[in-house]
Design a protein around this ligand. Structure first.
Ligand SMILES: Cc1cc2nc3c(=O)[nH]c(=O)nc-3n(C[C@H](O)[C@H](O)[C@H](O)COP(=O)(O)OP(=O)(O)OC[C@H]3O[C@@H](n4cnc5c(N)ncnc54)[C@H](O)[C@@H]3O)c2cc1C
Length: 603
């Protein structure tokens, strides 16, 4: 088989679907190569989308014109707005998904996307011509492409471990993908090895539900996507239970059979998502650890045991599970396992996710050293947009650290690199008061609109909201009741916009949607902090707006320390701001670089 495409995407996981959909919606002929139809946007681990910082990223993907928000709205079975008692900067939506429905939804969208062809094959190599990518070679054919986006997840040379047994595999019963790593290494791209893991799945009917505590979801479900009017679906509760002293004893007594502790696993695992054996070893004084029992869907018996990810042998897993309250009789449907896989250290990428070694070859998702569906989706969308923009000769889309968590994620990856699976946290964003869940339309919709991924009506609504919120705030601060402005009334902790409308029928009569009022309230209540953070952003922008030419000759700058020169030559920062964030480049180096840039401009 031989076919020609503008863009070929390798992989139809969370990064691949966003990349393929964005590129095809932008008018390109796209081929998306994947191993199976049943695994499009599959969730191989937890059945949930969103969470702290991750929820914000789903909303960002949605505002940029991606699909993840719509998919989770169509497939959720449990919803919670996290941190409701805290400030708006850290509030974030999280939803449990019906895994099968999520995959089926994404498959339908992919299959009906004009200009998008799904190819069931295994990619084994990448070809180039004159330093630019030219084709993907599969087992079943050769696929010509002007740009390629690699989103192969955990499949590259994947090795699955349970106890001291291991075998090649991409995840569950899927094959490992061999060939791509070797092909990229020949093109000068280096690879590394990472590891992740997953907990056992339990049979619903074998759990004693009377011994575990229900965790109901919120009644008020706020859709993830701007395009969803309301979510009206059956919801189910999750439950919580705990490991016991006996669990910890079993684990301690089995560490010699753990692939992690016996040295079988060489790849570095996610520090922030540790296995239960890691938790027991690292926190010996903790009497118990939480275990969330999360249904994997409405029509399945599978329960995901969130909190006991493990690669211990099967017989030990049985004992661990049975030592947990409510799980004494639980039947394991699938044992937990760990997987090691190849990734490509992301310092080898430009900030628009194109590899520095090969023109028009983009990388997104787990292959860049990240972990998580949302992290993958954000990168997939940016890579898809930038592959198209590159083919059209347009400037790339690079989101700022002050604009999006997705911007923080990509900047961290390409500037600092990562040697362990990277997941997003609110603490990674210095301007998190600006990167809120409630204002993604304001921050990002114009990019989605400019790229043709957000339609006119959604964009117009976001502009109307912006204008109306500003108008109302002005009105509130110029309208006085008993000597106090309405703005002051709303700024008081105990008052909400609903209290304001109850006392101001004129405002209530405007019949504005809730999200308009939420924005008014947040901007009034946190206005001082927001302004302060915006002032910091202005200072940050001064450095970010000073571009460093791609061909800048660092060798010729006198006074730069050797370490700094080496790092700058490796990363090739696009701005002085990015240069200042490279580990090992200090403020004195930045001053020297600044003088050299001035000199070059004068010359
Ligand atoms: C066992 C396990 C545990 C995990 N645990 C966690 C966790 O605790 N927390 C967390 O946040 N994330 C976890 N993850 C990671 C999460 O699943 C990924 O971060 C996310 O799915 C990455 O998305 P992706 O699109 O990069 O890759 P994936 O979703 O893995 O998709 C890869 C796609 O590429 C295709 N593919 C691969 N190679 C080829 C090839 N050569 N040719 C054609 N198609 C190919 C596959 O068919 C698949 O469609 C875990 C993953 C696994 C496997």
């Amino acid at each position: 088989m031989h076919s020609e495409f503008d863009i070929v995407v390798i992989g139809a996981g969370h990064a691949g679907v966003e990349a393929a959909l964005a590129a095809s919606r932008m008018g390109m002929a796209v081929g998306c190569i994947t191993l199976s139809a049943d695994t499009i946007a599959k969730m191989p681990c937890n059945p949930a989308i969103g969470g702290l910082a991750k929820g914000q990223m789903v909303l960002e993907v949605d505002a940029l014109g991606g699909e993840m928000g719509r998919a989770i709205d169509a497939a959720m079975i449990h919803f919670k707005m996290l941190n409701m008692s805290k400030g708006p900067a850290v509030r974030a939506p999280r939803a449990q998904a019906d895994k099968a429905e999520y995959t089926a939804y994404m498959r339908r969208v992919m299959e009906s996307a004009p200009g998008l062809t799904i190819i069931y094959d295994m990619a084994v190599g990448i070809e180039t011509e004159g330093g630019a990518v030219s084709a993907v070679v599969g087992r079943g054919g050769r696929y010509g492409a002007r740009a390629v986006i690699l989103t192969a997840g955990t499949f590259l040379d994947g090795l699955m471990h349970i106890g001291l047994e291991n075998r090649p595999g991409g995840r569950d019963d899927e094959p490992a993908a061999i060939g791509i790593t070797e092909s990229l290494e020949k093109l000068g791209i280096t690879s590394g090895r990472l590891k992740t893991g997953t907990p056992p799945r339990l049979a619903k009917d074998s759990i004693d539900w009377s011994r575990v505590t229900p965790q109901p979801g919120d009644e008020n479900i706020i859709p993830f996507s701007h395009a969803t009017e309301a979510v009206d679906r059956p919801m189910v509760p999750c439950h919580i239970t705990y490991t016991s002293g006996q669990t910890h004893e079993i684990i301690r007594g089995s560490l010699d059979r753990s692939p992690l502790y016996s040295g079988c696993i060489k790849g570095v695992g996610p520090r922030y998502c540790p296995s239960i054996e890691d938790k027991v070893v690292k926190f010996p004084n903790r009497p118990r650890h939480q275990v969330f029992l999360e249904p994997e869907g409405l029509k399945t018996d599978w329960i995901y045991a969130n909190g006991i990810s493990t690669s211990l042998p099967r017989d030990v897993q049985e004992k661990i599970v049975r030592s947990i309250a409510g799980l004494e009789e639980a039947q394991i449907l699938r044992h937990g396992y760990a997987i090691e896989y190849d990734y490509f250290p992301p310092g080898q990428l430009h900030p628009w996710l194109e590899t520095k070694a090969v023109k028009n070859l983009f990388h997104a998702g787990q292959v860049n050293g990240t972990s998580g569906y949302e992290e993958a989706a954000g990168q997939g969308l940016v890579a898809g947009v930038n592959a198209v923009r590159s083919l059209r000769g347009e400037e790339p889309l690079v989101l700022g650290r002050d604009e999006a968590y997705v911007g923080v994620l990509i900047d961290d990856l390409v500037t600092r690199g990562t040697s362990e699976p990277y997941r997003m946290f609110t603490s990674r964003a210095e301007y998190r008061l600006l990167l809120r869940a409630d204002n993604t339309d304001r921050r990002l919709m114009r990019y989605g609109y400019e790229n043709g991924l957000i339609d006119e009506s959604a964009f117009t609504r976001s502009q109307t909201k912006l204008k109306t919120v500003a108008e109302i705030r002005e009105h509130l601060n110029n309208t006085f009741r008993e000597g106090k402005s309405l703005g002051k009334f709303l700024r008081r902790r105990e008052n909400s916009w609903r209290d304001l409308l109850a006392s101001e029928p004129g405002l209530a009569g405007r019949n504005l949607p809730d999200d308009f009022w939420d924005a008014v309230e947040i901007e009034e209540k946190y206005g001082g902090y927001i302004e302060r953070q915006q002032a910091q952003v202005e200072r940050f922008r001064k450095l970010e707006d000073r571009p460093v030419p791609a061909d800048f000759d660092y060798e010729s700058i006198k006074g730069l320390r050797t370490e700094s020169r080496k790092k700058l030559m490796e990363v090739k920062p696009i701005s002085l701001g990015q240069a200042s964030r490279i580990p090992g480049v200090n403020p004195a180096d930045i001053s020297i670089l600044l003088v050299a840039l001035h000199r070059r401009r004068r010359e």
